[in-house]
Ligand binder design. Structure first.
Ligand code: NAI
Length: 318
């Protein structure tokens, strides 16, 4: 099988001083791409900056192996400066891997405004800023690939990660809209929810599991999604340790109520099991996939909803 190559392509990898970002950067360089190795060199919790060593080491390793790379030490919150580095060094940008990450895990009751804001700014706003700065170049050249790094914590929720899970699932919403806006100009955007051994997870997973979670096992999927031959757009993949899967939305067939004053909370309570029955489920892929006209017609012919004793909220403060 011939190699998928990236000759002539310019790849920006954020947070590439270690963990997943480092292996992405090394791989793209080994397949012919020029790489911007971005990392501001902070701690796992986002404290401290200015340690240029991490990105410099990766750049030196790539160059020593015969590849092309430059370092950038800006925060992703200054995404325009990171893209400017790509343009100055290599004259273009083709692929953005939004990978940089930090954690501020705490139960919601203990989470401070700072913990919340830092995570939103770094993960969500940072990814938007880098993508936005690259976008005009992608549009002009009729080509671009973006990977946003989501997380299982965002997809399923995870104790102690209200800030992180909110930002990570927001990123997939962002992906789905960029996929639509970019499609005509051959700009594709996909999300991944990886699991890999790194400084971020070294205290989270047991050593026997970490031993199987080599970050290299995430690389083939990211590289494929960024190749010019890949048509995938707007998708979300959950992957790690060689396991690769794709997620989609599932909507139950649902229940139609007669939309009048007989439609009460008590009716909902009676039908809640049917509302959540996934027999004959649908897998909608766009906002337009609800037949509102058909549903309204169906509702018209219904008799009034027969509710039991309705639900009351006496004594509650809303
Ligand atoms: P890591 O901690 O090894 O690497 C993250 C890198 O991002 C660090 O080198 C750090 O200096 C850099 N960084 C942090 N803030 C930055 C900023 N403002 N600007 C530029 N660089 C910055 O973490 P890992 O595991 O490689 O994570 C990569 C991505 O994957 C993150 O977005 C993380 O949330 C996500 N992820 C990782 C999982 C895992 O199992 N390792 C699970 C789910 C998601």
């Amino acid at each position: 099988m011939s190699q998928l190559r990236f000759d002539g392509r310019v790849v920006v990898v954020t947070g590439a001083g270690g963990g997943l970002g480092k292996v992405y950067a090394q791989f793209f360089a080994s397949r012919g791409a020029s790489v911007v190795v971005n990392d501001l060199g902070g701690s796992r919790t986002g404290d401290g900056t200015g340690n240029h060593k991490a990105a410099d080491i990766v750049v030196n390793e790539i160059i020593a192996a015969g590849g092309k790379a430059v370092a950038n030490f800006d925060s992703v919150e200054d995404g325009d400066k990171i893209i400017a580095t790509a343009i100055k060094a290599f004259g273009r940008v083709d692929i953005v891997i939004n990978n940089a990450g930090i954690l501020r895990d705490k139960s919601f009751s203990r989470m401070t405004d700072e913990d919340w804001d830092l995570i939103q700014k770094m993960h969500f706003r940072g990814s938007c800023k880098v993508a936005k700065a690259a976008w005009e170049h992608f549009q002009k050249q009729g080509y671009g690939r973006i990977i946003n790094t989501s997380s299982a914590a965002g997809i399923y929720g995870n104790f102690g990660q209200a800030n992180y899970s909110a930002a990570k699932l927001a990123l997939h919403g962002f992906t789905q809209t960029l996929a639509r806006e970019g499609a005509k100009k051959n700009i594709h955007c996909n999300s991944i929810a990886p699991i890999a051994a790194s400084r971020m997870t070294e205290t989270v997973f047991p050593p026997e599991l970490l031993a199987h979670l080599n970050p290299s096992f995430i690389v083939p999927v990211v590289a494929y999604l960024c190749h010019e031959s890949c048509e995938e757009n707007g998708s979300l993949f959950e992957l790690g340790a060689g396991f690769v899967s794709k997620l989609r939305w599932e909507r139950s067939k649902g229940v139609v109520f007669k939309a009048d004053s007989t439609f009460t909370p008590g009716c909902v309570s009676k039908q809640i099991a049917k509302i959540g029955d996934y027999t004959d489920a649908q897998y909608p892929t766009s906002i337009a996939e609800v037949d509102w006209v058909g549903l309204l017609e169906e509702a018209k012919s219904l008799k009034a909803n027969v509710a039991g004793p309705d639900l009351r909220f006496d004594g509650r403060v809303v």
